[in-house]
Design a protein around this ligand. Sequence first.
Ligand code: NAD
Length: 486
Amino acid sequence: MLDDLSVRLSDALSDAGLLPGNGDFAGEGRLVVRNPATGHQIGQVSISDATGAHAAVDAAQAAFGPWSTTLPQDRAAILHHWHDLILANKEDLARIMVAEQGKPISEARGEIDYAASFVQFYAEEALRPNIEGVTSHLPDAEMELWREPVGVAALITPWNFPCAMITRKAAAALGAGCTVVIHPSAETPLSALALSELARRAGFPEGVVNTVIGDAATIVGEWTADARVRALSFTGSTEVGRLLYRQSADTVKRLVMELGGHAPFIVFKGADLDRAVTEGIKAKFATSGQDCLGANRFYIQREVYDEFCAKFTAAVEALTLGHGMDDPDIGPLIHDRQIDKQNAHVQDALAKGARLLTGGGVDQDKGPLFFQPTVLADVTDEAAIMSEETFGPVAALSVFDDEDEVFARANATEYGLVAYVHSLDPRRIYRATRALQYGMVAVNRTKVTGAPIPFGGMKQSGIGREGARQGLEAFTEIKYICRDWG
Ligand code: NAD
């Protein structure tokens, strides 16, 4: 049923002009896009090479002068129009996402709302004052700070949130007056092309928004080497982030890096355990566990450990696994490397003393990319899952005795994106929020994100923030003006 739908979807959308290929930057090659639930082809996209990537920067550079001097209210009006078109096409965008990414349709619809919210937020931010006064330290001088757009911005995005990761970057850059070149993941080009087509319909002038599909190292390598690209905003793995950081050094680009996570989920005795279970399920299994905010390590205080393990396992056993269009709790993983990683982490943890409470492998009846929601108990710190991002539906539970111990274990990682804490003791919550070295700390809840908050990590989870006013910083320069009236 899903395949029929995907084919119809692809045809319907290209008839409607929503999937326009790869615009002016396309070369001869084709990229086959597959449905991870079935492995079947759902479409093909023409791809670009280094020449196409260079041409995209030419277009963005040519468009920068006029776009950066467009009145803020005119930029805001186009962003508002883009926002409205995204919502008007919500169902199509959500179905494209399910077909190429696999996530449950209700999660895909939620992502479209989330993606649109950034566009609306930065349409409004574009109208805020971009000049600040400074108290003068010199006689007769008057001082001001102006915020000006940096120029062409390169935006590199992953497959797990194929729409929201684009709008979170692009809306900020475009609202600030930058022009953009976008490289989405090879797994999810259709969502990116559909958003780009809606941007064209919204009225962004030619050259302002440029989406380029192709070999990542070639396309992005061209952009990191190009001095005209003044900012690079990347969301993806820490490994690729480090590479792009090095590659950007020669042209001294402004960088935003939203990298990997390895979230601890800490439950203290006295917490509302039922709530901790419900929130823990969301923190672990949303987007089939393929979420940088995903809880990777559960630390449960000894007094409530057995009860939590039993309740959590029962809740996991009630989760449904299936094709995204049937709206299960969990869909397929994106590719077989993800399956290999789940198997490796499960086998390694078991070899190091963990117990398997439920799940543990692929559900072959569903298909090769469907990994059962899995719970491991008594996982030791030596297990790889306690130090590496799993990025899938495997929950590792471990016991702890006291506060200092759990804070030290939670912080013993190169990552620092988000930490979850469950407790009803205000002093303990205060100490936890102070001690945890994370860019975001969520207390007694899971959902922390939204357009008005600065999203980002400490340590090797990233540099800079996205969303909020802070999300404009990488796309703007401060110009200091000193006028002497003496
Ligand atoms: P990835 O690093 O493999 O790919 C991300 C992007 O980089 C893609 O567009 C890809 O095409 C490109 N890329 C890959 N290799 C490249 C190379 N050699 N040169 C230039 N570009 C290259 O990550 P992924 O597998 O797509 O996504 C999963 C990772 O993203 C996880 O680590 C996850 O934690 C992270 N993530 C972070 C956030 C956040 O906001 N911090 C959000 C979502 C995902």
